[in-house]
Design a protein around this ligand. Structure first.
Ligand SMILES: *Cc1c(COP(=O)(O)O)cnc(C)c1O
Length: 392
């Protein structure tokens, strides 16, 4: 058994990141400036987007996207219960109604068939789909784009886990023809690319120009230059905008994290492969879904316990992992179970039976590039030990 506790998901900040942040702190620009612009351009090129807007978080990117699309009171947005609460909070913030539908049994991503049913039943004005690429496995974008096209909807996708990911060679966040797609990434401390806090919105240039104004007080786009020799003191406020800008301190971290991302991802893939090989064929667990034609970002490695084959429940399983010095977590407590949403919309646990059943079986194992081979071995040994002791 491990002597020391293996943390669940620490960041990996290198010397280049540290030097870049110090450089920023010694410069005259510590908030939104040249490094943010450079990070936007490099990120845009990395994912193949038309344009990219750096923001203070993925949550703020999602909110900015919905507001820029003009979504508000009287509108509805279709999304998934199997996500972090902020995916749904942002819909509430606009005054629109979140319409949740159940998930696919294998990927736990939003189920296109359930969306079609909801669009028939829905009386409100559905304006957008808000899928989440859960754990880094893309939602079924070909089907979602088809639905969006037929019903004249936009897609705002939550790509907090999906850097980098692709389905049928279409990169998540990449430029595309057809329905409007705005994609929100997260650079929160635990994510595949970390800037402590931060996010990025990608999409068509024209929409992002307006999103940029919304994201910084509703001031015109070159407002940040007003104190430099290139600009002037004059600006105009055209919207009641937000304060969602990224700082050059964060962008300094992001520039170097982006350079190291391909290396991070190779290591994530290696660890996921090792877990898959170690747990496949075990009767008491289901492995993460990985469909044909999908590039998986492997943000999270999530096992699903088969309760009929296991004498202990998920909570007990996590206690056993902790006792063996292995950190773990649960992604996610479905949104409809949280008291605010349960009470506001009268949602019962069984309203989304696949999400609810999955929730009771989920265990997320540690998966991050800095894990050593021994760390991975320790996790495998701990999981096998628990399964051996408790499989019926
Ligand atoms: C982390 C996360 C978010 C929020 O990202 P922030 O950058 O912290 O706002 C949103 N959705 C999902 C699925 C996440 O995991």
């Amino acid at each position: 058994m491990r002597e020391t506790f293996l943390p669940f998901s620490p960041p990996w900040i290198g010397d280049e990141e540290i030097a870049e942040v110090v450089d920023t702190l010694r410069s005259d620009w510590i908030t939104t400036g040249p490094k943010v612009r450079r990070f936007e351009r490099e990120f845009r090129d990395f994912v193949g987007a038309s344009d990219a807007l750096a923001l203070s978080s993925c949550t703020d990117a999602l909110h900015t996207a919905l507001v820029t699309l003009g979504i508000g009171r009287g509108d509805a947005v279709v999304s998934t219960p199997m996500t972090f609460c902020s995916t749904i909070h942002v819909i509430e913030h606009t005054g629109a109604r979140p319409v949740l539908v159940d998930v696919e049994p294998d990927t736990l991503n939003i189920d296109p068939a359930a969306i079609r049913t909801a669009l028939e039943d829905q009386e409100g004005r559905v304006r957008a789909l808000l899928p989440v690429h859960l754990y880094g496995h893309p939602a079924d974008m070909p089907q979602l784009l088809d639905i969006a096209e037929r019903h004249d909807l936009a897609i705002v996708d939550d790509a907090a886990h999906a850097l980098p990911a692709a389905i049928e060679s279409r990169g998540i966040g990449a430029a595309s023809n057809g329905p409007t797609v705005l994609t929100a990434f997260s650079f929160y401390a635990t994510k595949n690319l970390a800037t402590a806090e931060g996010g990025m919105l990608t999409g068509p240039e024209k929409i992002l120009d307006e999103a940029r104004v919304w994201s910084l007080h509703g001031m015109d786009r070159d407002a940040w230059r007003r104190y430099s020799s290139h600009g002037s003191w004059f600006y105009e406020v055209t919207k009641p905008g937000f304060k969602y800008n990224m700082t050059d301190i964060q962008a300094g971290l992001g520039l170097h994290q982006l350079r190291r991302l391909p290396l991070f991802q190779r290591r994530r893939q290696e660890i996921a492969r090792r877990y898959n090989e170690s747990f496949s064929g075990h009767e008491a667990v289901d492995l993460p879904a990985h469909r044909e034609g999908v590039e998986h970002a492997w943000h999270l490695y999530v096992l699903r316990l088969r309760r009929e084959s296991l004498a202990i429940d998920r909570d007990h399983f996590i206690e056993e992992l902790t006792r063996r010095n292995v950190g773990s977590s649960v992604h996610f407590i479905p949104v409809h179970l949280h008291p605010y949403y349960r009470d506001r919309y009268g949602w019962r646990p069984e309203d989304f039976p696949i999400a609810y059943d999955a929730y009771q079986r989920l265990v997320t194992l540690p998966l991050y590039p800095r894990m050593s081979d021994e760390d991975v071995d320790d996790v495998v040994a701990a999981v096998r030990d628990i399964l051996d002791a408790h499989t019926r």
